[in-house]
Write a protein that binds this ligand. Structure first.
Ligand code: SF4
Ligand code: SF4
Length: 413
């Protein structure tokens, strides 16, 4: 928290879009304070869920003028939703926070950086986004693309996940439950190898995979930044997914799955792919090298957003690895969608506390496994940013279940 809050000005409140009933639902008990990463860093009440809710309510009800301090404390929030899980009064903090962020951007009180504004526009056009990211995919595939957030991987450069799934489905012809896969924007354009692994794991476990061609961005990017356009994206996905003959839509990214579930409310269930697999009989990988140790971290948008208890033990055991939950597995890593770009210093401080254990972690090699690509990027930055000096790999849990690319070479007889 190194940046100083701005100077106060007297401007009339413009937060007319806040839902007053939601804002009034906080009973000020303070149970949320101790789970809030920004309150834990600063000890500042205004930097807590209760403090932010109070500022927004005071302003909405006209007792506080529009104030740059309110803008400052709003921007400090990671959006981890830990406060929702801790709240005995069921205050829908995430919904309120989204309303506030959208109002702040719409009225010019805050402005996402140009890079994020451009990325959000591109993400809303999957074809263009995939095309624009082709050179980055190629460079990542060859190991030449270096950035502190980019964990190593070898994505297919030209073949899409939809094409790959069609090919694998026709080779293996699974007969079990039928699901649709959300392939995502950044996942498909840059981290496609995780989508491919997801398709292999599902099909190996006799699950039929459908990939609707017209699916688009889930809207998470717009929700994180407060930018407009969420409703159009939700409408598009209701058309793409809403009438499918599938048991569920599965997502391998907890943030995207949460955003899609809001858009598809009342239609099909959106499930985290690992939770869905936890209800199936799984092919287990052979027992792995006993020296390897997997530390499992739980994404905030999985446990606090989707309200899933965690990653099923049954799934983690099927990886064949010796695993344990990472210390503070239920605490935020500081990624927060785009928080690590918008508030890099805060994000790094939060990550420093959480990742410190890796410097002494038992195991050789050490694997940090989670289930959200944005958290994977954040964990990778702990090593590349010098917070952790001991080597470790960052993997998605689905990659630990993956039968591998040899699964694809079975030729039809
Ligand atoms: S979403 Fe996270 S960072 Fe924001 S107020 Fe709630 S607990 Fe704190
Ligand atoms: S736990 Fe809920 S009701 Fe209590 S202060 Fe926090 S947001 Fe308000």
């Amino acid at each position: 928290m190194t940046k100083s809050p701005p100077t106060t000005t007297n401007v009339a409140s413009e937060c007319g879009s806040h839902d007053p009933d939601l804002l009034a639902s906080c009973v000020h008990c303070g149970f949320c304070l101790e789970v809030c990463p920004t309150y834990k860093l600063t000890g500042d009440e205004n930097n807590s869920p209760r403090g932010r809710l109070r500022l927004w309510r005071e302003e909405a009800e006209g007792r506080l003028v529009q104030d740059p301090w309110t803008d400052f404390y709003t921007a400090e929030c990671v959006g981890c939703l830990a406060c929702e899980s801790a709240c005995p009064a069921n205050v829908p903090y995430g919904e309120i926070f989204e309303q506030v962020k959208h109002a702040h951007v719409a009225t010019g009180r805050s402005k996402p950086p140009l890079m994020l504004r451009l990325a959000a526009r591109l993400a809303a056009r999957p074809f263009l986004f995939n095309l624009a990211m082709l050179p980055a995919r190629l460079l990542r595939q060859t190991g030449l693309l270096r950035h502190r957030f980019l964990f190593p991987g070898r994505p297919a450069v030209l073949q899409s996940t939809a094409d790959y799934a069609r090919q694998l489905m026709s080779q293996h012809r699974p007969t079990g439950p039928r699901v649709a896969l959300l392939t995502g924007c950044l996942m498909e354009s840059l981290f496609r190898e995780i989508n491919f692994a997801t398709v292999r794991v599902l099909i190996e476990n006799n699950i039929q995979v459908v990939i609707p061609p017209d699916q688009g961005c889930c809207g998470a990017f717009q929700e994180h930044t407060g930018m407009a356009g969420v409703e159009a994206l939700r409408t598009n996905n209701r058309q793409a997914f809403g009438n499918l003959d599938v048991e569920a839509i599965v997502s391998n990214s907890s943030g995207c799955g949460l955003a899609l579930s809001k858009g598809l409310e009342g239609t099909l269930p959106v499930r985290d792919v690992l939770s869905f697999l936890g209800e199936q009989t799984l092919v287990s990988r052979p027992r792995r090298d006993q020296g390897t140790r997997v530390y499992v971290d739980l994404p905030c948008h999985l446990i606090h957003g989707q309200k899933v208890a965690g990653i099923p033990t049954h799934v983690l055991n099927a990886t064949g690895y010796s695993w344990e939950l990472a210390p503070q597995a239920r605490d935020c890593c500081g990624s927060g969608g785009v928080y690590n770009i918008q508030k890099p210093e805060n994000s790094r401080e939060i990550l420093a506390k959480k990742s410190a254990f890796l410097n002494q972690a038992a195991g050789k090699p050490v694997i940090l496994a989670t289930s959200n690509h944005v958290c994977m990027m954040q964990w990778n930055s702990a090593r590349s940013g010098g917070l952790v000096t001991k080597p470790y790999e960052v993997r998605h849990v689905i990659q630990l279940l993956d039968p591998g690319e040899t699964f694809t070479i079975r030729q039809p007889s």
